[in-house]
Design a protein around this ligand. Sequence first.
Ligand SMILES: [Zn+2]
Length: 614
Amino acid sequence: MPKKTFYITTPIYYPSGKPHIGTVYTNIVTDSIARWHKLLGEDVFFSTGTDEHAQKVEKEAKEKGLDTKAYVDTIIPHFKDAFKKYNISYDKFVRTTDEDHKKYCQKLVKKLYDQGDIYKGKYEGWYCNGCETYYTEKDLVDGKCPLHGTKATWFEEEAYFFKMSKYEKKVIDYIKKNNYITPKYRQEFILSRMKDGVRDLCISRTNSEWGISLPWDHKHKIWVWFDALPNYTSNTASSPWKKFWPANVHVIAHDIIWHHSVIWLSMLLAAGIELPKKLLVHGFIMGEGGLKMSKSLGNVIDPLELLKKYPVDSVRYFLLREIPLGSDGAFSYHALRERHNSELVNGLGNLHARTLSMVEKYYSGKIVKSPKNELPKKFNYAKFEESMSNFELHNALSEIMHFVNECNKYINDNVPWELAKNNKKRLDIVMYNLADSLRLISILIEPFMPETSENIQKSLGMKKKEDYKKAKFGLLGNNKLEKVGYLFTRIDEGETMQKKETKVETKPVIPFTDFEKLDLRVAKIIKVENHPNADKLYVLQLSLGSEKKQIVAGLRSHYKPEQLLNKKIIIINNLQPTVLRGVESNGMLLAASKDQKVVFLTPESDIPEGAKIS
Ligand SMILES: [Zn+2]
């Protein structure tokens, strides 16, 4: 019987500069899922690559005085090098400048044109060069791109349009019926955005030399996204890869969900191609303190620099364990070191070193089999597998680490060095359970930490990589150990890293316990008076149910008394009382402000005064 196929993709990346930590993160996530399916014995196809027809790439090449393709050719090795160093086990690296991809796209757009799904019209609108995307007036923030914060430019041109609106209903049905987008709240977000209606999509431009020409009108180049998305199907257009479509999982970050749901599904529906099964959306990697990484803050993490100080498996482990898949997560050297030292060095590394040194000492480095399963049965297979199938990689890793702790505890509870003196039979059982558990762990961590997995298997004298079917008790033979040294060594705060960190100015994240200290309440304004000594201030009398209190608020230039009376507001109830120009104030109301505008916060629907906010 043919093996079950599994096709997983990363987005393809703009070949602009070097790959950043977010790119590497996407590929680590994808790699772990791909490796997991290989471990399950499936026939896996994993693709990644570069999206090369962007106008900004053409612009960069021009600035450097280079031919665009020649320029891009100098960038690609950086990407391949980074992926190699991070042990990304991709099967195909697609470039949108590949001849077969270009031919595929032309064939696809021609089909849509011939069947009337692409028509000629005129485009006018706001365009962001950074996103290579048109925006409506409403999408822009102060006339600027919502993602880049750069000024959008007004554009008018004759262009071709894809009848995307025609597929709106089918796309909604498909997303809903198949729970296409994980996590669920991302799906809800897209579906609610679709409620505003889906417009036809401009898919060509004439202001560029760089790109794939429309086969019936060479003056027009295909819009970069309309050429990039079909990489997923051009990869599998010919045998022997045909069997992999439809893709099982597209992995992306949350800034390109619209492209991968609405646009991509509509294109496939129009082309009569089967739809992919799952869109897995992960978060952004933020800098220290949860701030966006930027050159000006000096908090950009170079993924290759990172590997000069930290082992690749520590970085992979940290990113996968620290950040729940789907959420944004903050990168911090401190947290990376913490996880490395406490979980990998003291946890897994210590278990490995202790077990192997005892096998060496008491059995001259030879495994002695014993039939009683005491330790591997403590591993929670069901929870681990469930986490993997729900893409909760952080929870799966947590299960493995929980088991590692169980193993270390087992050593402490059984005191093998005492057994060696007086109970050889018991020692056989304990040591075999430990060694076989290490083998089990080596299989379980393979998707996340492939090098460490290999090291453990080598140290246990295992001749070949074992798959998940072998992740059960009693399969470690009477092997002879091999020396591989320590799996991990401790990393202390180095000078250079320390300097980097203190240079970054960040607002620190606060622990939840700090937030809990705030007593936030709903209060009703029952009286509004002008402050006797200050013309910007009101004195407000509030009701919090049984409790009444007075606060002073600077709202006089923003609200008339009648606009405030009987309104419900949010206050900090436990702020230290203060006297403002001779009037006592026993709290503070919450208001939002931007430029000159100030608005107070109010509960979205009616709720009794005194209600606690958490
Ligand atoms: Zn933009």
